[in-house]
Design a binder for this molecule. Structure first.
Ligand code: ZN
Length: 619
């Protein structure tokens, strides 16, 4: 069947139009040619895959009505995100408006500068018709004032064109609903950067102001990242799992985030993180932007195609709990920076410094001693994604600790197999068994409603695969790393690759061991770390510091004030809790968090050789 003939009469049809830019409204028309004779049910997802939190997108539907052959049809609300249309003998047409004013990668945003939407925010799911082709006609804003202000707007998306030229308004098609909502759409006057990665066309559409952007450098660096990853999963064929790939990038004054999709990603980044022409050396901001691109691109394999069993298919109406986010987010976090060093974009010293920063960050929170990464994964919906002031003392990140689990396993497998095997082999085996062989390499992973769709992978299967591929007994290490809360034995693992992980001896400076937040000119405690001076004295998150020994504390002078004291001194701290002034006697302790430096060594020579193979550095 050819692609255009697939857009049959049975297809589910949508049109979407930026109807009111100032009121931030998209107008959507949904046409169902042969609705359910018992009354068609439609619903909007409660969450967007990749962001594990209930967001209840249906709350942004402003008005909804239905008609059948021009006659009004009754819509009955069934729950917070579902409706049933009364019986209709002809085609059922729904009209609704979506309020789009969330400048993030997770929902939809519309104003005079651009439009962006995810299908999870805009396209109602037609129950019982999910496996049909879904066609969407994307329309430009009306030229209401006749100024032609939007005449240069274009469209960027990885959706396949049906009757549209590339980057133009017109109709696009997805094989099914699952695919439809996995291609976000950007419209506006964006800058377009193009490059090939192992023969597959890639592009980055950049929306927002970024003067003097070094597009050539961005294209060259992204190409190296993408090619490195394609070769990691398919070293022999260098075959990417999609036909084309699109990075949708929104540039703002201050922002950072990304969301993965099967053939694209939506990113939000800070203007200052993007490279300008005549660049100095790699900046920290640009490095973190490339790390973000690398992270979302790695998800093309790890979570979009290799996925946890409970995601095959997704249940978009409620939480989908999995204990495996340490694999899908943690391992992706491990590879995102590793790919930068392997691609030659950063050097070994920088990379090891970044690992130290991750490790030290994990060691700072006592939550790591209470929650395993498996539990953190399972409870992502209510804990990791909904962090409050107590999070450092209660929650461990399956991103950062998950990346350390990946590091530990990689180092252990490399040392234990004398360099014959690595985590790369495990990822490739995961890809072959649970990813590639279930999907056509057409860029459109078969949808969740297709019987041939991947069935996903279970925790037991993943862990068995580690032992099978590495040939090493890893069960007890995995138990400790994944389900345990003890710190990981990383120093020993590093040693075998001639890497020293040594405690940093800091001058014993007094510390409150708190995180603070600037509130106007005041200094507010954002969180109080368990076991620190502030905790022992009874200070609490939310307290606003007023004075230390009678001297005023501001948002910017806390460290300077504390630096006049020695560890062991006792100070009087005044703070407001709500509107009540309270006094605390604080016995100043040194910062108790253990911190490490991670550095390469020349010896043992066999270890240094393993390290060079790991990071693919020469010399
Ligand atoms: Zn991720």
């Amino acid at each position: 069947m050819t692609r255009s003939s697939k857009a049959s009469k049975d297809a589910v049809h949508y049109t979407i139009r930026p109807a009111d830019l100032a009121l931030h409204l998209f107008e959507v028309t949904l046409t169902i040619a042969s609705p359910d004779p018992e009354g068609q049910v439609v619903s909007l997802p409660a969450w967007i895959p990749g962001s594990y939190m209930i967001r209840e997108f249906a709350r942004n539907i402003v008005q909804i009505r239905a008609e059948c052959d021009g006659r009004k049809v009754k819509l009955t609300k069934l729950d917070k995100h579902s409706w049933r249309a009364a019986r209709c003998d002809g085609a059922l047409v729904l009209h609704y408006q979506v309020y789009a004013w969330d400048l993030s990668v997770r929902a939809a945003h519309l104003d005079q500068t651009h439009g962006f939407f995810n299908g999870t925010s805009t396209f109602l799911q037609v129950h019982g018709k999910e496996a049909l082709p879904h066609v969407v006609e994307i329309l430009p804003p009306d030229d209401i004032d006749g100024t032609g202000a939007y005449a240069n707007w274009r469209v960027a998306t990885s959706l396949r064109e049906l009757k549209a030229r590339r980057h133009r308004f017109g109709s696009y098609i997805a094989d099914n609903y699952d695919e439809l909502i996995d291609h976000p759409v950007e419209m506006g006057e964006f800058e377009l950067i193009r490059f090939d990665a192992h023969g597959v066309p890639h592009e980055m559409a950049i929306t927002g102001r970024a003067p003097n952007l070094d597009t050539a450098r961005l294209a060259a660096d992204l190409k190296r990242i993408c090619e490195q990853q394609i070769a990691l999963f398919e070293p022999a064929t260098k075959r990417a799992p999609m036909e084309r790939y699109v990075f949708l990038t929104m540039v703002v004054g201050d922002g950072y985030g990304g969301l993965e999709h099967r053939a694209s990603t939506a990113l939000i980044c800070s203007r200052n993180d993007l490279p300008v022409k005549d660049p100095p050396a790699m900046s920290e901001g640009y490095r973190s932007f490339l790390g973000l691109c690398s992270h979302e691109y790695f998800h093309t394999w790890n979570v979009k195609r290799i996925k946890p069993a409970v995601f095959a298919p997704y249940d978009l109406s409620k939480e989908n709990h999995t204990p495996l986010l340490w694999l899908f987010e943690g391992f992706t976090s491990y590879y995102d920076d590793l790919v930068l060093v392997r691609a030659g974009l950063i050097d070994e010293k920088t990379y090891l410094g970044m690992l130290a920063k991750t490790l030290n960050g994990v060691l700072r929170g006592s939550g790591r001693l209470k929650q395993s990464v498996a539990d953190s994964s399972f409870d992502a919906w209510t804990k990791y994604y909904r962090q409050d002031e107590n999070a450092p003392n209660a929650v461990v990140s399956y991103y950062t600790k998950g990346s350390l689990v990946a590091l530990l396993l990689d180092l252990t497998i490399r040392a234990g197999s004398k360099g014959k095997r690595s985590l790369d082999d495990v990822m490739r085996a995961l890809w072959r068994r649970y990813g590639r062989d279930f999907y056509a390499a057409s860029g459109t992973a078969r949808g969740a409603h297709d019987k041939r769709a991947g069935r996903g992978v279970t925790e037991a299967e993943v862990e068995a695969l580690f032992e099978e591929i590495s040939g090493l007994p890893l069960k007890s290490l995995l138990d400790r790393a994944v389900r345990g809360t003890k710190d990981l034995p990383l120093a020993e693992a590093f040693e075998k690759l001639a890497v020293a992980m040594t405690p940093v001896t800091k001058p014993a400076k007094p510390s409150l061991e708190v995180r603070t937040r600037k509130e106007g000119s005041a200094c507010k405690l954002a969180s109080v770390h368990e076991g620190g001076s502030a905790h022992h004295a009874g200070l609490s998150a939310g307290d606003v510091l007023v004075a230390i020994d009678g001297l005023r504390v501001t948002a910017s002078n806390l460290d300077a004030l504390l630096s006049r004291y020695r560890v062991g001194d006792t100070v009087s701290v005044h703070a407001f809790r709500r509107d009540e002034l309270m006094q605390f006697s604080v016995s100043l302790r040194a910062d108790s968090a253990r911190q490490y430096a991670i550095e390469a060594r020349d010896k043992p020579i066999a270890g240094a050789r393993l390290r060079k193979a790991w990071l693919k550095v020469r010399g």
